[in-house]
Design a protein around this ligand. Structure first.
Ligand code: MRU
Length: 347
């Protein structure tokens, strides 16, 4: 099962909005279809969005080969600009687009458009391959935190579906499970779009890892009754001070974990760090449409016309985070210092 696959002419995406009821794939032959898939959450999860956007740029560039190089560049920038508008919070989207444009900018002045497309394609494939490789490293680092059989709680979906392969938080859980150090996983259902119920529970069951589904408002009671010994989640954007944006509800879980003395871990590749912002206050939080809250499975569950607030993400302050697992190792407070060192490693 792959959330994303590139096959020379087009991008195939596993339609995550239909899981777990239907396993259907979308063939994207143009960049606009990829942009639509990102907006609709057919492809979702920070690293998967980044890789999808990189391939979208390749699809866009392929339509431009008949143009002169200055025209090609102008249109490519317009496509990049449109892709940046699809979702605001996950920084991997911007990271991947910037990396693609940097590769393009480094081409020699006399490069023709066909060569430019080939180079962009290689860059997108490298982004996808790199995601799989870093997730493998992160899983090994993260699993080292689990030295005895542990029940863990996770929120949203930070699995293979949310990445090119392996996953971030779920990658760590799978590795620790292989090592005999996970007894079971509590998956928060993750209102309003149920990524925990639809995707995480499904992925863990596919992997034969015991999973117990709970609604988001049960997490505190599960902790109070000593049913979990650790929390591990993914991230959409991490500031220089270690504040972490992730799916709405993550902050509440972190507060609860602190109250119950339970370690709260975040697993994220370096591509999820935003080295340009100092704190979580600078992270743009996506707000989505009201119907995601007022209806459930197509049925209206709220009075017509009710006022709705629907932020898709929240920010967990660094003070609530026990450690951040990256492909370079495990970061601990003071995060400003640990993340400055990460900046150097990423250069
Ligand atoms: O709105 P989504 O489903 O794209 O949100 C995804 C998350 O919040 C994940 O936890 C995050 O991207 C980590 S993915 C490895």
């Amino acid at each position: 099962m792959r959330s994303i696959a590139w096959s020379n002419n087009y991008l195939t995406l596993l339609n995550q909005t239909l899981l777990p009821n239907r396993l259907e794939y979308i063939e994207c032959h143009d960049w606009q279809r990829v942009a639509e898939a990102i907006r609709r959450l057919e492809v979702r999860g920070a690293p998967a969005i980044g890789a999808a956007a990189a391939f979208a740029l390749v699809l866009g560039a392929r339509e431009l080969t008949a143009l002169t190089m200055p025209e090609f560049k102008e249109k490519l920038m317009q496509t990049a600009c449109a892709l940046r508008q699809t979702r605001p919070t996950a920084v991997n989207l911007f990271w991947a687009i910037d990396r693609m444009l940097a590769v393009f900018d480094q081409l020699p002045g006399n490069t023709d458009t066909i060569t430019a497309v080939t180079t962009l394609e290689q860059a997108a494939i490298a982004i996808a391959e790199q995601d799989e490789a870093v997730n493998g490293k992160m899983a090994v680092h993260g699993a080292s935190l689990f030295t005895k059989p542990t029940a863990v709680l996770t929120h949203c979906n930070a699995g293979a579906l949310a990445t090119v392969a392996i996953g971030t938080a779920l990658g760590v859980i799978c590795k620790a499970w292989e090592q005999g150090n996970i007894t079971k996983v509590f998956a928060d259902e993750t209102r309003p779009l149920l990524q925990g119920a639809r995707l995480t529970a499904w992925e863990l069951m596919q992997n034969g890892i015991p999973v117990t589904l709970i609604t988001d408002n049960m997490a505190g009671w599960v902790m109070k009754n000593n049913m979990v010994q650790a929390v591990i989640v993914g991230a959409d954007r991490i500031a220089l001070n270690g504040d972490v944006a992730n799916k709405i509800g993550t902050y509440s879980v972190a507060v609860l974990a602190k109250e119950h003395g339970i370690p709260f871990y975040v697993a994220a590749p370096s591509s999820t760090f935003d080295f340009t912002i100092h704190s979580g206050a600078d992270i743009p939080i996506e707000e989505r449409c009201a119907t995601e809250i007022t209806s459930l499975g197509g049925n209206c569950v709220a009075p017509q016309g009710v006022d709705v607030f629907n932020p898709a993400f929240d920010v967990t302050p660094n003070s609530l985070i026990t450690a951040i697992i990256t492909e370079y190792g495990i970061l601990r407070a003071p995060y400003n210092q640990a993340i400055s060192q990460l900046v150097q490693k990423c250069k």
